[in-house]
Design a protein around this ligand. Structure first.
Ligand code: GLU
Length: 394
């Protein structure tokens, strides 16, 4: 009997992608579904970015180009990092990828040997453990002693470090909890990683969605930290370009050339048309993008207002990103014997109310479910009311 590779056996398909596929199916069947599941902005690609992509096609800017990405785009990324994040990078230190997912896979493949360990704070984004395993690494889940704000500190990391620890995954602001680290908290983590000589993969895709305080990119703390950090970012969330698949890494030249060498074999480079759209989004669409931030803030506040009225539901005020990670563990009894509580909870919520959310088990915490509030106000309110009546019925 022909078998598949072992690595496929322990692979859990992505919950976030799975649920959004299910929503698409239900909608095709004519069902009304409010989709709080996948984290996808409801905004469209900025107008000027669309125009640039169309012009690029018309002008036949459609041939193979540089593996690490178009030079003008890499320069625009360097300018962005300098102006907004106080980070100094050269275009040779940037690699443009097919979405931030590929940027993370590239980072893992460049830094982690089989059997080496990667620290993953809980709750984590659903794809982190699977990506680490696919690269032969070992995910080591870090449970903060005190889950009250879903952030880790050096003291939390210490017990999990071994001689095999190679890399820390840091997601700021975090998906699913929206936890936003301040400068002092990052200094504590950075000092620890420096002392223990652990690389940092800093996933900053939600960096623009920062509501309570200012954003600090961990690599900006010092040159030494910058050099042991691979910054991952992209345009999917910030410029509502999810389907265009543009992400990037910023790292030392040594890491960037290793990543680039691998990418040359794997995908060459992302579609040039998407890269031109990204270039324009970075250069000329700042105002349009920044205006969206206020809209997201209002949505977050609206979501919190509804959740505050729900009995025995708790959550931590999300300082950033566009999710709320909600503890519904008080209702476990109503789903007794159902295997995973959060899966049963979300299944019943979808079935009864037509509301899709992501079970907390996807993020390592089964008492929870996650909602993405990147939805129009009307839909958002309707969905939250439905969650409210669902909770009442339990
Ligand atoms: N990152 C988003 C989410 O967590 C998009 C879906 C995915 O790639 O997981 O919902």
């Amino acid at each position: 009997m022909l078998s598949l590779a072992k690595r496929t056996e322990s692979l859990t398909p992505s919950y976030t992608i799975g649920i959004s596929m299910k929503v698409a199916e239900l909608r095709e069947q004519g069902k009304h579904v409010i989709n709080f599941s996948v984290g996808e902005p409801d905004f469209n690609v900025p107008e000027k970015a669309k125009e640039e992509a169309i012009t690029a096609i018309r002008e036949n800017r459609t041939k193979y180009d540089k593996v690490p990405g178009l030079v003008p785009l890499r320069k625009a990324i360097c300018e962005k990092l300098q102006q907004e994040n106080h980070l100094s990078y050269e275009p040779e230190e940037i690699v443009v990828t097919n979405g931030a997912k590929q940027a993370i896979m590239n980072t893992l493949n460049a830094l982690v040997d089989p059997g080496e360990e990667v620290l993953v704070p809980v709750p984590y984004w659903v794809s982190y453990p699977e990506m680490i395993k696919l690269c032969g690494g070992v995910p080591v889940f870090v449970y903060p002693k005190d889950h009250k704000d879903y952030k880790i500190c050096a003291g939390d990391l210490e017990p999990y470090v071994t001689e095999k620890t190679k890399l820390l995954f840091l997601n700021n602001p975090s998906n699913p909890a929206g936890a936003l680290y301040d400068k002092k908290e990052l200094e504590d983590i950075a000092a620890f990683c420096l002392e223990k000589q652990i690389y940092i993969m800093s996933d900053e895709v939600y960096e623009r969605f920062c509501f309570d305080g200012t954003y600090t990119s961990i690599g900006s703390l010092s040159r030494e930290i910058r050099d042991m950090t691979v910054l991952v970012n992209g345009l999917s969330k910030a410029a509502a370009m999810t389907g265009l698949r543009i992400g990037y890494t910023a790292s030392t030249k040594k890491i960037a050339s290793a990543i680039s060498a691998m990418q040359g074999h794997l995908t060459s480079h992302p579609a040039t048309i998407s890269q031109w759209a990204a270039y324009e989004a970075l250069k000329d669409c700042k105002d349009e993008i920044n205006a969206q931030l206020e809209v997201y803030r209002k949505r977050r506040d609206l979501a919190m207002k509804y959740l505050d009225q729900m009995d025995k539901i708790t959550y931590i005020r999300p300082g950033g990103a566009f999710y709320v990670f909600i503890n519904a563990g008080a209702y476990r009894e109503a789903f007794k014997g159902a295997g995973s509580f959060s899966v049963a909870f979300c299944d019943r919520l979808l079935e009864r109310e037509g509301v899709a959310a992501v079970p907390g088990i996807a993020f390592g915490m089964d008492d929870y479910f996650r909602i993405s509030y990147a939805l129009g106000t009307e839909e958002l309110e309707e969905g939250l009311q439905k969650i409210g009546s669902f909770i009442k019925s339990l």
